[in-house]
Ligand binder design. Structure first.
Ligand code: 13P
Length: 249
């Protein structure tokens, strides 16, 4: 089944305000009229400025996290209400850097996923195994566990606003990419597992992105795989000249 390619940039903790605005302007200009689905995950403090730039364009504005609860006494947190108020449409959740650097649990990720979906936002849910888990032959098991834990309580209707990003942790920012065959095998497994958790229709329609050292040189082969529907791109998303060539594939 043909699914639209969904190419997303995760800027992580990078750029100045001026760089963020300039990059967003370049992307709006260069992606105008292009027909894949596009998203940028922008640092919280620049979301408002970037929202003014991408307004009315074909680029979805995403935050890189959100609070699990509604507005209230939660120092340092950023709520879905606040994000929606400034034009954010999507939230990246479950990124391995939050799982492993900050210690986010699947229970917390699930609360955030449900909060974002209940508030009408889209979710780009990141899953993926550590190198040791892959070497122990546990990649599928880890992905299955993360999917069932992180999506607990998410309805079939809400799944229309969920994208899965498979990001093997050992391939993130390392220059090591999973081979297209290895990536395809786990993407296929993930789709099959979604069919088990929901049904074949949800599995057929869900977009599963690959993430981990994706760049213009390896993207064509990865995106040619039947179950790889897009990319969640870190390093190569920080410049229009390295991101746009992947967007227009
Ligand atoms: P890199 O593309 O820099 O490997 O990062 C991938 C990633 O973590 C996207 O969320």
């Amino acid at each position: 089944m043909a699914r639209t390619h969904y190419i997303a940039g995760n800027w992580k903790m990078n750029t100045s305000k001026a760089e963020a605005v300039a990059l967003a302007k370049d992307l709006v200009e260069q992606l105008k009229g292009k027909t894949n689905k596009y998203m940028i995950g922008v640092p919280f403090v620049y979301l408002d400025a970037v929202a003014q730039v991408v307004k009315g364009s074909n680029i979805i504005l995403a935050a890189q996290d959100c609070a699990a609860t509604a507005n209230g006494a939660h120092t340092g947190e950023v709520s879905t209400e606040m994000l929606k108020d400034i034009g954010v449409q999507c939230v990246i959740l479950g990124h391995s850097e939050r799982r492993h650097e900050i210690g986010e649990s699947d229970e917390l990720i699930n609360k955030k996923v449900r909060r974002a979906l209940n508030e009408g936002l889209e979710v780009d849910l990141c899953i993926g195994e550590l190198l040791a888990e892959r070497e122990a032959g546990e990649a599928e098991q880890v992905c299955a566990f993360q999917l069932s834990a992180d999506l607990a309580g998410v309805t079939e209707e809400q799944m229309k606003r969920v994208t899965i990003a498979y990001e093997p942790v050992w391939a993130i920012g390392t220059g090591k990419t999973a081979t297209p065959e290895d990536a395809e095998a786990i993407h296929k497994f993930i789709r099959g597992y979604i069919a088990k958790l929901y049904n074949q229709k949800v599995a057929d329609e869900i977009i599963i992105q690959y993430g981990g050292s994706m760049k213009a040189s390896n993207a064509p082969e990865l995106l040619a795989q039947p179950d790889i529907d897009g990319g969640l791109i870190g390093g190569a998303s920080l410049k229009a000249e390295t991101f746009v060539p992947i967007c227009v594939l």
